[in-house]
Design a protein around this ligand. Structure first.
Ligand code: ADP
Ligand code: MG
Length: 327
């Protein structure tokens, strides 16, 4: 089982940033409205995520760490209309097979907190009482300490941390209803407060994408026949030399999807000079039954049941916004 976990870890846990992504997604699935991410040494030394979500009851702590244990789907039908970010039940098992992991949790209805520790070995996990407010903390120390080959693949502290920052940015844009604090080596690096009003949301976008983006952004907000597209696209004069401001979401999941990117790119057709990129933060919402999200293990790609239709919708909404701006 240990080997299987480490093999699975190769898929899920590529680098510190992938650990952060899995753990923050778990916090979101648990309904957290405040998530704190503490990183030390680019994540190689420590990745600690604390949330105020619904917690894990004492009797399920060990289960949560075992492979293919997910509380999120009960049968195959659930896979069709999946709403949670996780559903494979692999992340905690994988991470704990390649690090020293401590899971501490207190569900609201439980009087006190309990803690489980796993140290990269087959689990014979002890449960101990602990102190913790409502919610969960997962502390991951010494990532890849028992897989030297993987440890060697980690880049510099700075590079690994910049990947972590990017993960947090992408998630922060998807969830204005959640506050995030990111620290690195005890210093606060990013602080995103709850953003309920339109101006707070624009402020968060400015924090993530820069003030220049929001100053040059056209707002998009269109619903048609079960499809919705909202967010911001930069006017063509914004002239982005890198494609680093391309944030698209499908039902609040971050995506790097060819079809979406193509539709947006096409909407600018000859307005963008060569070697420049569109910049956008766009949220596509549609019925969960009209899209498959589990096409790719890293979950960055989707398959739309009516791809052409979705493509043309995105194209025409963006095209219209750009045309209006030119007038
Ligand atoms: P998955 O997210 O695919 O279900 P994970 O290995 O990521 O699998 O997590 C296993 C289980 O542990 C989850 O299904 C959930 O029940 C529980 N869990 C993990 N993290 C948290 C958290 N922050 N708050 C509450 N429950 C959690
Ligand atoms: Mg998960």
């Amino acid at each position: 089982a240990q080997l299987a976990n480490q093999i699975a870890a190769g898929e899920v846990v590529e680098r510190p940033a992938s650990v952060v992504k899995e753990l923050v997604e778990n916090s979101l699935d648990a309904g957290a409205t405040s998530i704190k991410i503490d990183i030390e040494k680019g994540g190689a030394k420590r990745i600690r995520i604390s949330d105020n979500g619904k917690g894990i009851v004492k009797d399920e702590l060990i289960l949560a760490l075992s492979r293919h244990a997910t509380s999120k789907i009960k049968n195959l039908n659930d896979l069709e209309g999946i709403n949670s970010l996780g559903f494979r039940g692999e992340a905690l098992a994988s991470i704990s097979s390649v690090a020293r992991l401590t899971l501490t949790s207190k569900p609201h209805e439980q009087d006190s907190a309990w803690q489980a520790c796993a140290q990269g070995r087959d689990m014979d996990v002890a449960i101990n009482p602990a102190a913790h407010s409502d919610g969960t903390t997962i502390d991951v120390l010494d990532l890849f300490f028992n897989t030297p080959a993987r440890r060697k693949f980690m880049r510099t502290e700075k590079t690994e941390f910049s990947h972590i920052e990017e993960v947090i940015k992408r998630i922060a844009l998807a969830r204005f209803d959640v506050a995030f604090t990111l620290t690195h080596n005890q210093k606060v690096v990013r602080q995103y407060r709850l953003a309920t009003t339109a101006s707070q949301q624009a402020k968060r976008v400015a924090q993530v994408c820069g003030q220049a983006f929001i100053d040059n952004a056209l707002q998009v907000d269109c619903q048609h026949d079960g499809l919705s597209l909202t967010g911001w696209i930069a006017n063509p004069q914004f002239n982005r030399k890198q494609n680093d401001l391309c944030y698209s979401y499908v039902n609040d999941r971050m995506m790097r999807d060819k079809l979406i990117n193509h539709a947006i790119r096409q909407s600018y057709h000859d307005m963008l000079p060569d070697n420049t990129y569109p910049a956008f933060v766009l949220f596509l919402t549609l019925d969960v039954r009209d899209v498959d999200v589990n096409v790719h293990p890293a979950k960055h790609e989707v398959r739309f049941h009516q791809g052409r239709y979705v493509h043309d919708f995105i194209y025409s909404v963006c095209h219209q916004a750009l045309m209006n701006a030119l007038q």
